[in-house]
Design a protein around this ligand. Structure first.
Ligand code: HEC
Length: 149
């Protein structure tokens, strides 16, 4: 009887977290965080990825990164062509070989609690928090990305 109760409890918890993950969307959850924490440097007037690359030093001196403010721009830093860039930069260090946070982690929030909460939100939305580059990632791993609009 106890076993059944435990099984049911596990099913309820995992079911609930799956539901939560499925509910996270770009429009409802991610874009508002982006607008608050990232858009100052990655907004509509920021250059495309390769345009940034042409004059990296100049953009960095201005404190401007590459454009990521639309769904279409943003997901290129998750899936392809800049596979895993978002995960490597936003990770708190626990999934990186260096064990140090990625250099965009600090922008996830104004304090550690906010950063942790927003990291969990991005993780749920992305679905497969994989820091690998394109040459190392498998088709199956890419298939696990959620990225609901
Ligand atoms: C104060 C400005 C600033 C803020 C705020 C900022 N970034 Fe950045 N970001 C940069 C700059 C400049 C670069 C390019 C230099 C580098 O690679 O570190 C960059 C690089 C990146 C990259 C690497 C892209 C690549 O091609 O590898 C990602 C991903 C990223 N930022 C995501 C974010 C996210 C998500 C947020 C918000 C949580 C954010 N950044 C907030 C300035 C910023």
């Amino acid at each position: 009887m106890k076993k059944i109760a435990i099984t049911l409890a596990i099913l309820a918890v995992s079911g609930a977290s799956q539901l939560l993950a499925a509910d996270v969307t770009w429009q409802k959850d991610i874009k508002p965080v982006f607008d608050k924490q990232c858009t100052a440097c990655h907004g509509a007037t920021a250059p495309e990825h390769d345009e940034f690359g042409k004059n990296k030093t100049m953009w960095i001196e201005k404190g401007i990164g590459m454009r990521m403010d639309t769904y279409s721009h943003f997901i290129t830093y998750v899936g392809w062509p800049y596979t895993g860039a978002m995960m490597r930069r936003l990770d708190d260090g626990s999934n990186l070989p260096t064990k140090k946070p990625g250099n965009m982690y600090e922008y996830l929030g104004n304090n550690e609690a906010e950063r942790k909460a927003n990291l969990e939100l991005f993780k749920s939305w992305i679905g497969n928090w994989n820091t690998k580059r394109f040459k190392d990632v498998t088709k199956e791993e890419l298939g696990l990305l959620k990225l609901k609009y």
